[in-house]
Design a protein around this ligand. Structure first.
Ligand SMILES: Cc1ncc(COP(=O)(O)O)c(C=O)c1O
Length: 389
């Protein structure tokens, strides 16, 4: 099999059935049958590789996972119902009571809730560093630290963390490096190259790319994924075969879609940079991005998320959203449809001003998930809404 990304994404396919189908069919089945008692025994004993039950594996989920494993350069993986199921199951499988995590503070909101509300129930604690505090990481590591965790680019402020430094620190201190690679996709960035042990995705975003299904996946070292698999096969967060079928088809077009998303996003970022109603713009491949050099080093292109600060704070942010005509006001991202959100008045409205600033969310911050419409139409809509903010 070719090692080329696009070819892997298309030709890595479930074995054909007796019907000689060209495109992989849907295997909507909860369980699988055995020829006899001995085959059943050997399969349950894992002496024979065979699908048993779709909570454990299914041809559709296996195809999706195999593609993700190839794209990330991982050893193996497991697919989940959502990105959050992948994140929680990774912690559930790899951590013991009393363990400690060192994480970047800029993580997805529900991941932050896991760290602060749920993992402490098992006496698992987390110490945070801010995106500009990478040199502080070593001082946070304790004898019971087990995981170094980060997202890059971060949600929603598109800050970048240096994967090479994180990889080096994890190795030096014998920590597991777990990276949420959702914003980059395996097409733009492969954290395993820099020493990540586990890479997680919310497949709900660019991997689906069309706002249809939820999904998550964890890929990485075989011994760790084995623990995650055993935890998951017993606790039940598996991806449905239907969603795996949809997502595996989506992966066939990931490279072309993400190329176009990035091209549109760069044009939108350049437009916003010139706009008089905008204080600043953050996009990984704009020279003005504070971590531009790191982004260039570890990402193929800048991704589809552009963050900018509208002049006039919370009120201007809300006015901007109200004036939008074509783009969608929605909580998702990574869709063909451009989506705009204003975190300070919505997803992060319950945080105090200082807590919001800890994760780089200013009152006027707007996040644009740039879609695949004609970029002139996207810019036209943003421009007319800015004039009314
Ligand atoms: C960076 C990041 N990680 C994880 C998640 C959670 O994924 P899901 O919604 O599929 O559970 C999201 C969702 O927005 C996200 O943006």
């Amino acid at each position: 099999m070719s090692k080329h990304f696009e070819t892997q994404a298309i030709r890595n396919q479930t074995e054909r059935s007796q019907f000689s189908e060209h495109s992989t069919p849907l295997y909507l089945t909860s369980s699988f049958v055995f020829d006899d008692a001995e085959e059943m025994r050997a399969s349950f004993a894992e002496e024979k590789e065979k699908n048993l039950y779709s909570r454990f594996s299914n041809p559709n989920t296996t195809e999706f996972v195999n593609k993700m494993v190839a794209m990330e350069g991982a050893e193996t993986g497991y697919a989940f119902a959502t990105g959050m199921a992948a994140i929680f199951s990774t912690f559930g499988a790899l951590l013991n009571a009393g363990d400690h995590i060192v994480s970047c503070r800029s993580v997805f909101g529900s991941t932050h809730t896991l760290f602060t509300k749920y993992l402490p129930k098992w006496n698992i604690t987390t110490s945070y560093f801010k995106v500009n505090e990478v040199p502080k990481i070593e001082s946070l590591i304790k004898p019971n630290t087990k995981i170094l965790y980060a997202e890059t680019p971060t949600n929603p402020a598109v800050d970048i963390l240096d994967l090479e430094i994180l990889g080096r620190l994890a190795k030096k201190h014998n920590l597991l490096l777990v990276i949420d690679n959702c914003f980059a996709t395996p097409y733009l960035q492969n954290p395993i190259k820099y020493g990540a042990d586990i890479v997680i995705h919310s497949a709900t975003k660019l991997i689906d790319g069309q706002g249809r299904v939820l999904g998550g996946v964890a890929v990485g070292k075989a011994d760790l994924i084995r623990e995650i698999y055993l935890f998951s096969r017993n606790t039940g967060p598996a991806m449905s075969p239907f969603n795996a079928w949809v997502l595996s088809k989506s992966l066939e077009t990931l490279a072309v879609r993400v190329d176009k998303h990035c091209e549109n996003a760069l044009k939108v970022a350049e437009f916003l940079e010139q706009n008089k109603y905008v204080n600043w713009v953050k996009y990984p491949f704009l020279k003005s991005h504070p971590q531009y050099k790191i982004a260039k080093k570890q990402m193929k292109l800048g991704g589809n998320i552009v963050a900018f600060e509208i002049k006039g704070g919370i009120a201007a942010g809300k006015n901007f959203l109200n004036a939008i005509k074509m783009c969608s006001l929605s909580a998702n991202l990574g869709d063909t449809r451009t989506i705009v959100t204003h975190p300070a008045s919505t997803t992060h409205s319950k945080l105090s001003d200082s807590d919001r600033l800890e994760v780089s969310i200013t009152d006027g911050l707007v996040r644009v998930s740039v879609g695949l419409e004609n970029v002139e139409d996207i810019i036209y809509d943003l421009n007319q809404a800015l004039t009314k903010a």
